[in-house]
Design a protein around this ligand. Sequence first.
Ligand SMILES: O=C(O)CCC(=O)C(=O)O
Ligand SMILES: [Fe+2]
Length: 348
Amino acid sequence: MPSITEEVSIGNLGSLQTLPDSFTWKLTAADSVLPPSSDAVKESIPIINLSDPDVTTLLGNACKTWGAFQIANHGVPQKLLDDIESLSKTFFDMPSERKLEAASSDKGAGGYGEPRISPFFEKKMWSEGLTIADASYRNQFLTIWPHDYTKYCGIIEEYKAEMEKLASRLLSTILASLGVSVEEIEWAQKGEKSVSKMGRGAIRLNHYPVCPEPEKAMGLAAHTDSCLLTILHQSNIGGLQVFKEESGWVTVEPIPGVLVVNIGDLFHILSNGKFPSVVHRARVNQTRSRISIAYLWGGPGGDVEISPISKIAGPRLYRPVTWSEYLRIKYEVFDKALDAIRIVNPTN
Ligand SMILES: O=C(O)CCC(=O)C(=O)O
Ligand SMILES: [Fe+2]
């Protein structure tokens, strides 16, 4: 039998009838759980109503126990969530050659391509993504959508603004659960014109095409997000799973209008290890393609150092590190990045 060509373009995955070897993962039974979970009442991450009078305690508990939670009553207009989802669909439905016009360059983190974590895995992931990290996305939109350019840029700008507002609100409430105020973290305060001094967040549009053998494929392999926190909008198709030591892989079932929040490595460092940065991944399915939109809220720019908040009890677990240094370490050693900045014998 002639061997099937392994030259597969990620822009056409949805048209493949068989799973190429380069996309076939060797998963153990415990590792291969596909959503929806067989156990209908299986535990999942908490759903928190942001208008609940106990919101501070609820968020604090969710951060300590899971490092992830879902939020309702978050104030982001449903129309905006629908608009960014349909923008994503329009983009990923385009022919591969057109999507490649927005391909990531070597220089920047932005653009179209395979997941950034791909080089750390032997097998390829069943997904494609478009990262919007800085203003250069505008040129790409102009090339691919000369007629709808203004409309689509408007959606991105509004989405960023809403996410930044929500992320700041989550940060102050979660810090309050630790008895800390935002004022105590110089870089997290609002600067001039009430723009946060933090590095701007990046938006990552993810697409998981239908897959002929989902049980052997991986949409996005297990990872933690490097940033402070991630706000994720998943379309009405499940696929996201979070890992919990005692429970294994737990599916986060999509609920319309509800957003998922993940604690990232940077918040784990700030909290001096009190909040786990949640290990998560995305599985795929055979009948419906899936879209997710992640807003990754980054760290402070320049030479600002991030370290565990001194007010938090216990010896400091991590040395100070700048955001850019942390990212460099992460993309060198991946899941060992936190170990690389850990203080081996903490004394204070
Ligand atoms: O698609 C998902 O549900 C997860 C996406 C994700 O983890 C990421 O973009 O970092
Ligand atoms: Fe992630």
